[in-house]
Design a protein around this ligand. Sequence first.
Ligand SMILES: *Cc1c(COP(=O)(O)O)cnc(C)c1O
Length: 465
Amino acid sequence: MRYISTRGQAPELGFEAVLLTGLANDGGLYVPAKLPVFSAEEIASWAGLGYAELAQKVILPFVEKDISADELKTMINATYDCFKHPAVAPLVQLGHNEWVMELFHGPTLSFKDFALQLLGRLVDYILAKRDQHLVIMGATSGDTGSAAIEGCRHSQRVKLFILHPHDRVSEVQRRQMTTLLGDNIYNIAVRGNFDDCQRMVKQSFADQSFLMGGQLGAVNSINWARIMAQIVYYFYAGIALGSPHRPVSFSVPTGNFGDIYAGYLACQMGLPITQLVIATNANDILHRCISNNQYAKQALVKTYSPSMDIMVSSNFERLLFDLYDRDGAALSQCMTRLSKDKVHALDPKRWHRARQLFDSCRVSDVETCDMIREVSQQYRYLLDPHSAIGVKAARQCRRNTQTPMITMATAHPVKFPAAVVKSGCQQPAMPDHMADLFEQPESYQVFDNDLTAVQSYMTTSVRSQ
Ligand SMILES: *Cc1c(COP(=O)(O)O)cnc(C)c1O
């Protein structure tokens, strides 16, 4: 598979190179030059496959030439064997045609594990093949950090630096990162917000001289391999509920647009999806764009769903690329305007095209807690705040009740006890494998919002071993 940049100027790359790269060197994001498309017969033949078996079918075309089917199978099996539920991504029914897909049975209890546990193995495999080492730097609003650390902590070839905003992640989230010790893992708490952390990562990628010749790799949500791994569970859900004979719809708690973009790709690859609902919290740039065609940055708001507290959604560019008929030059112009103008509208024709598949909904903190309480009373089922936003948006936006509507439950409620308690619900018990989380020693360094200080810490740490 070859990969091209959304801005049309960067060199085409194969899977290996794309896996280790962040942004393309023209500022764009890598996407497959041509998506694989599966026929209805082929999808029908996958009925009854286990999660790992299905993952092999869906992922193989994206890595072909670089990774053999057998090697891929070994990595996929090892990845999903670490999940704590035999179905890996079980479906739970709430109301009539109303479903929740639990994506939080991985080692760190959020859907980020689906991609990052595999990514860690893929990166290690390729570094070993090339006999290379890599410094990985990433920013997290909470869940990516622990999933990436878990995915990389056994690697002999990776040093991982994870930046999180100091005092702005939940205590469970922080401890999940800072108690996972490995001598190749460095936790950096920045006195600032997630965007400050993200900016430091971007600037470090733009000028890597502080590493004295070392190479920087990315695990952030623009990493293509993460998107790729997330396509699988859309097929898994659809097939379980009758696809390809029966269409399905999804509601996805959305921040950087990575998860729901994977759903869009599943649709392009042959899964009959009627509707994709973008569920946002008060940080609603995508909701304003989809509902009113107004794309405008606003100040960041702190909410009960911190993993969705972002100002701009980086993966949205990948959807825009298709809406602009994969014309890199036209998209480049569009992206320049989006970043310069206060308010920007998409070309109406392209906006309407997006609206054929996408709907959107903004859900406030109060509505989030109401939804946690309501679903708990109706069905004795406890949602985390992100998933509650998804269910609320699904109910609000669904176009018809004949089509199964599946909300992606992106995190386990135990990660976000504040919202659960606020809703008047009982705090859930910590899963067994994390029972001693609050007793373990933590390791992290706090830094001011100062790039030079962070980089010199990185340089010293990389050289010290
Ligand atoms: C990361 C995250 C999201 C947002 O996913 P995107 O791919 O960034 O849109 C939603 N919920 C949880 C719990 C997350 O960790």
